[in-house]
Design a protein. Structure first.
Length: 200
């Protein structure tokens, strides 16, 4: 029994924090898990910048409302879901992701939750589980699934390496160079063909 585990941002939709960085004019917020492997450190730093600028969830959601999936991402996902079960495993938050899930046809999503004050300030975040991507893949394996995993960032590498087959999609040159054993793809057609080839 196969199940495909996909990262969300950078693979199916644009990076939310990069889009918000551009919308808000705060270049520091362009930093993502492609740049910083420590997600807790990255998020604490982001929340500090938001507080400093007096920005909260409503402002970020206004940007997210204008984001569309990457070109051909929905068609790729629809085609893949005809072949096998797919779970999107993301370090994003439900308050960010749900509008994007609607545009992708509501695939299954495992992610985290923001803690938001009444005035819209994001005061904290709750991770679903430690090392959520790797932990989820291992849990799926423990109940009889063979996992195939793909992503683009440092925080995807553990689940990719723990899976029967794993791929990088539109990753950075540095990550690809550091992991030459992981097949890397740039186009959805090639990516879909590779996943189909890995399915039993």
């Amino acid at each position: 029994m196969d199940i495909v585990c996909l990262d969300m941002e950078g693979v199916l939709v644009p990076e939310i924090w990069i889009a918000f960085s551009e919308a808000s004019g705060i270049p520091e917020l362009k930093r993502t898990t492609r740049d910083e492997p420590d997600y807790d450190k990255l998020m604490r730093w982001r929340l500090g910048i938001l507080k400093e600028h007096g920005l909260g969830l409503p402002e970020i959601q206004a940007t997210i409302a204008k984001i569309d999936p990457l070109p051909s991402a929905k068609e790729f996902l629809d085609e893949l879901r005809k072949e096998t079960q797919v779970i999107i495993i993301s370090d994003t938050f439900t308050q960010f992701a749900m509008p994007l899930m609607a545009k992708l046809g509501y695939p299954s999503l495992f992610c985290n939750e923001l803690v938001v004050a009444d005035n819209g300030e994001i005061t904290d975040f709750k991770m679903r589980i430690e090392n959520s991507k790797l932990s989820t893949v291992k849990a799926l394996q423990s109940i009889g699934f063979d996992t195939i995993a793909a992503g683009d960032s440092y925080n995807d590498l553990a689940m990719i390496k723990a899976s029967r087959a794993g791929f990088l999609f539109r990753s950075t040159e540095q990550i690809k160079a550091d992991n030459p054993d992981i097949p890397a793809f740039e186009e959805f057609d090639d990516f879909l063909a590779a996943i189909k080839g890995a399915l039993k």
